[in-house]
Ligand binder design. Structure first.
Ligand code: AMP
Length: 397
């Protein structure tokens, strides 16, 4: 894997695709700078190695050209503070101002370009647009894992203009290395825990993981499609009738591949979708009409934590219940704590995909697992077994 460590940047300009898609409030203040901080080590290293650094990113989803609320100029001050240097800004990512500002850069200087998505050519993967961006620099660094599953101009197409001078930044390299640790080099026993609302959108992940894991734990709303497929009564729980056959096939495949599949035996049920609803515990396949399962029960927690704490590799995606409501967060908390205990004993644990990251942060356990992937959609496509355009573009010669 080629990273910025493998290249000499003396006298060179490097254009770096970062993911600065940060949330801004009404006053255009940054409310969470995690993604900006993540890019700092790559930028710092490039400056140390003598590069002039040109940063490009998208922000939000502008529809028709420039929009004040999606301008990257709102990030300049904070980025200057994070880097300890004055960051220049070009109010257009291509065109004369970008060209002039880029050509004036000296070693160690940093220039931030305006939002790439002010041009529809970016998401269309337009080659002429990519070439204009490429003309600003001598080297190309992709450090935006969050958009690695998109074949956009700045994330993939641009790479072809930098033969022998394209590489990953540290964010990308870390994500790839850590996800590969579970997908390609997992020590056994390997346990995957999948939860979240629905089975749809997770079928490919289930199928790909069934080829790799020893144990597959299912929780969250998606468990009820499996329970229904087995002939259980799920009351008013979230269920995808059209996917019961798919769920049945997955259970069959698990059997054939010798994968132990764990589906919760008990559930915390509620008479409405509300933290203050009446609630009780029952067998997960005997939920009365008018009641819905919103968390896994203690029996299931006991079985799952036992499996987790006897694993050498753990992958967790998706909460076990409606963890946003305190009364239905217990199962998710216990699973998170169990992964932390397994990690302490030496297991490698990877947590990824929107809501499990939110959960692990909420319970303050993010430092007790081996790696938290910030990749979201990109991470999910990677564990589906897909080739990500942003990775392929760097790797192919
Ligand atoms: P996903 O985006 O598919 O990972 O789903 C995450 C969401 O699933 C969270 O907002 C949870 O509240 C929700 N969820 C988890 N368990 C259940 C459940 N038993 N019923 C309904 N929603 C659930």
């Amino acid at each position: 894997m080629k990273t910025i460590d493998d290249f000499d940047f003396t006298g060179k300009k490097a254009i770096v695709r970062v993911d600065f898609n940060v949330p801004l409030n009404e006053q255009f203040e940054i409310t969470d700078d995690t993604r900006m901080r993540a890019a700092v080590p790559t930028i710092r290293k490039l400056r140390e190695k003598g590069a002039a650094v040109i940063l490009m990113s998208h922000l939000g989803r502008p529809k028709n050209g420039p929009e004040e609320k999606f301008s990257l100029k709102h990030l300049v001050k904070h980025l200057s503070e994070l880097l300890g240097t004055t960051v220049e800004f070009a109010d257009d990512c291509i065109g004369e101002s970008a060209k002039e500002k880029a050509s004036a850069l000296k070693a160690g200087d940093v220039l931030l370009l305006e939002n790439l998505r002010f041009y529809k050519e970016e998401t269309k993967g337009d080659e002429a647009f990519a070439q204009k961006l490429a003309a600003l620099a001598d080297m190309y660094v992709n450090d935006a894992f969050g958009t690695a599953h998109r074949a956009h101009a700045s994330t993939a197409v641009i790479a072809k203009f930098f033969p022998g001078a394209k590489m990953f930044g540290y964010v990308m390299a870390n994500e790839i290395k850590n996800i590969n640790k579970v997908l390609k080099e997992a020590e056994k026993p390997f346990t995957a825990i999948l939860g979240g609302a629905k089975v749809s959108g997770k079928i490919e992940i289930i199928n790909n993981l069934l080829d790799k894991v020893d144990n597959l734990i299912i929780g969250g709303g998606m468990m009820f499609t499996f329970i229904k497929a087995n002939g259980g009564k799920v009351g008013n729980s979230l269920v995808e009738e059209d996917l019961t056959e798919t769920a049945r096939e997955a259970m069959q495949k698990a059997k054939e591949q010798d994968v132990d599949m764990y589906i919760p035996v008990d559930a915390v049920i509620a008479d409405k979708f509300d933290n203050e609803a009446n609630r009780k515990v029952c067998a997960s396949d005997e939920i009365p009409d008018g009641w819905m399962g919103l968390d896994i029960g203690d029996e299931s927690v006991k079985t799952f934590t036992n499996v987790i704490e006897n694993s050498a590799t753990i992958l967790w995606n998706g909460p076990m219940g409606v963890f946003e409501m305190e009364n239905f967060a217990h199962g998710t908390i216990e699973i998170a704590k169990s992964i932390a205990r397994a990690t302490e004993k030496g297991a490698f644990s990877l947590v990824g995909g929107g809501d499990s990251v939110a959960a692990i942060n909420k319970f303050n356990l993010q430092d007790k697992v081996s790696y938290v992937s910030t990749g979201g959609g990109a991470m999910l496509e990677y564990i589906e077994g897909k080739t990500l355009p942003g990775i392929a573009a760097i790797e192919e010669e």
